[in-house]
Design a protein around this ligand. Structure first.
Ligand SMILES: [Zn+2]
Ligand SMILES: [Zn+2]
Length: 205
């Protein structure tokens, strides 16, 4: 039976002021700082008999479609191109961030563990067996915030408007208010910027 995709409850306390946290793995969010290596070593000890040497561990601020991902390295050039696990930085801002990060890193570690042993490293029956044994979630948590794909701006006031989908014929409310008695005025129609950016800044409408 496949375990539910709910997040495993982990009662651990990390010492956030520990000096070993000052590494490239360190990220802070809402007063929380966490070193992925510390979490990884714990997972390796708890579930892999300390067998796993750490891969490259990085936070990814642009990763939004999933909470984490595993990128296989080069077997021939392992020093230059090591296997890598990326964890979405937004997890630090979630309520149960420690549990989510532990769970996500544990999930990605199974991919890594299979890859190290030259096994098929997708979501195979072997993957699912190990996952069940470890009690980690079936799927990565879905991000709460979706990225803004579009940015619009108003010619008149230069204000920018992030949007998750195309806005069509919307106009700048501030300028319509100020210059057209609050009526829709095509002069202040929002113009799409020619870029696709991932951002979490809130709409400034
Ligand atoms: Zn996976
Ligand atoms: Zn405007």
């Amino acid at each position: 039976m496949i375990p539910p995709c709910s997040v495993k409850r982990v009662t651990r306390s990390y010492r956030y002021s520990d000096s070993s946290f000052v590494t490239s793995n360190l990220r802070e969010g809402f007063g929380l700082a966490l070193d992925l290596l510390v979490v990884f070593m714990e997972i390796s000890r708890d579930h892999f008999d300390n067998f796993l040497d750490p891969p490259q561990l990085t936070w990814n601020s642009r990763l939004r479609v999933s909470a984490g991902r595993f990128i296989p390295g080069s077997r021939k050039w392992a020093q230059r191109f090591p296997a890598r696990i990326e964890i979405a930085q937004y997890l630090l801002e979630e309520k149960n961030s420690i549990e989510l990060i532990y769970d996500t890193l544990a999930h990605e570690s199974i991919h890594y563990w299979l890859w190290l042993r030259r096994r098929p490293y997708g979501h195979t029956p072997e993957f699912l067996r190990k996952m069940k044994e470890m009690g980690v979630s079936r799927y990565n948590p879905v991000p709460r915030l979706r990225p803004y794909k579009y940015f619009y701006y108003c010619h008149q006031c230069q204000k920018r408007f992030p949007a998750r989908k195309r806005l069509g014929f919307l106009a700048c409310a501030g300028c319509c208010e100020q210059y057209s008695n609050g009526q829709y005025d095509a002069r202040f129609k929002l113009v799409l910027e020619g870029c696709s950016v991932t951002s979490t800044e809130s709409p400034c409408a």
